[in-house]
Design a protein around this ligand. Structure first.
Ligand code: G3H
Ligand code: 13P
Ligand code: ZN
Length: 323
């Protein structure tokens, strides 16, 4: 199977009550970890590339790595998606260069400007066989160069979603219901603490999600900022010389719940970074003499693969859904 768009994936996910994982890729080990996990579980998957990833690894290298994964795992549908595109030119360049899906993120602009830019990208993408994800509402955290402080995020306004989708023709819509980018999704003030002193974040706004779904029947919704920041990785990192105080993510049960609804795509990046960092710190701690990159990048790839398997089975529910 060649690279696919997300159209069929989302149709099946919507009707099947599961979500497809969209995992960020920056290098070979990440691409391999994700696609080996998805292939073993017969799951569709979205590999997404941010502007920063493209600047780091180079467009051609990333596309060729993804093409290699497609050749290795022809039995599963794989989409290649631009994460948080911030201009028409960037989206066009990715579409021209083989991506099957792009996100135009004009969510920090006023509604009319968001509509105009999204529409421009949609027209180009659809004329070239690609699909478009857009965003309404603002997540807290860091989206490439845009930093939104906790407390300055804004939930998606359900009364705007229908007009936005009709005017732009976008294929899926990212909404803000309380998820957030990065490993520090909430300040300690926004959370409570459980008996072990671990921060417990405020619950996702399922009421906002429900209102959006009512106004967009059958339409795929996307959740960004959906890492759960596993405490075991944070603990390993902190115990072995790292410093991630009060890192906090979205509880997985809430994401599992969301994936049963119209939420068809769930974005995860920070959890991969934590898995990779914890595994590498462990090798450096246990074997201080090790300096062969394969001896620490290999365990990092294995740990990430374990994480993706866990996400696909326990959070997304997309295992066995590849056709
Ligand atoms: O939402 C942002 C993703 O985690 C990508 O992060 O821009 O640092 O590559 P990045
Ligand atoms: P996390 O930082 O929660 O992994 O979110 C990733 C994301 O939304 C990529 O677009
Ligand atoms: Zn995002």
């Amino acid at each position: 199977m060649a690279l696919v768009t997300t159209t069929e994936m989302f149709k099946k996910a919507y009707n099947g009550g599961y979500a497809v994982g969209a995992f960020n890729v920056n290098n070979m080990e990440i691409v391999q970890g994700i696609t080996e996990a998805a292939a073993e579980l017969k799951s569709p998957v979205i590999l997404q590339v941010s502007k920063g990833a493209r600047a780091y690894a180079n467009h051609t290298y990333l596309v060729k790595l993804v093409e290699a994964a497609v050749a290795e795992h022809p039995e599963i549908p794989i989409a290649l998606h631009l994460d948080h595109g911030d201009s028409f030119e960037l989206c066009k360049s990715c579409i021209d260069g083989g991506f099957t899906s792009v996100m135009i993120d004009a969510s920090s602009k006023p509604f009319d400007e968001n509509v105009a830019l999204t529409k421009q990208v949609v027209e180009y993408a659809h004329a070239h066989g690609a699909v478009v994800e857009a965003e309404l509402g603002t997540l807290a955290g860091i989206e490439d160069e845009v930093v939104v402080e906790a407390g300055h995020e804004s939930y998606t306004r359900p009364e705007e979603v229908q007009e936005f989708v009709e005017k732009t023709g976008c294929d899926s819509l990212a909404i803000a219901i309380g998820t957030s980018h990065g490993a520090y999704k909430f300040t300690a003030d926004q959370c409570t603490r459980n008996a072990d002193g671990i921060l417990v974040p405020p619950p996702l706004r399922f009421d906002v999600l429900e209102e959006c779904i009512k106004r967009l029947p059958g339409f795929p919704i996307v959740l960004h900022g959906s890492s759960s920041v596993p405490q075991e990785y944070v603990d390993i990192i902190n115990e072995l010389g790292g410093k991630l105080p009060d890192a906090v993510g979205i509880p997985e049960e809430q994401l599992r719940e969301a994936s049963k609804s119209a939420v068809c795509k769930i974005n995860i990046d920070s959890d991969s970074r934590l898995a990779m960092t914890a595994a590498i710190r462990k090798v450096f701690h246990d074997k201080p003499g090790e300096f062969d990159p394969r001896k620490y990048l290999g365990p990092a790839r294995d740990e990430m693969k374990k994480l993706y398997i866990h996400k696909i089975v326990n959070v997304l529910g997309s295992n066995g859904k590849a056709e």
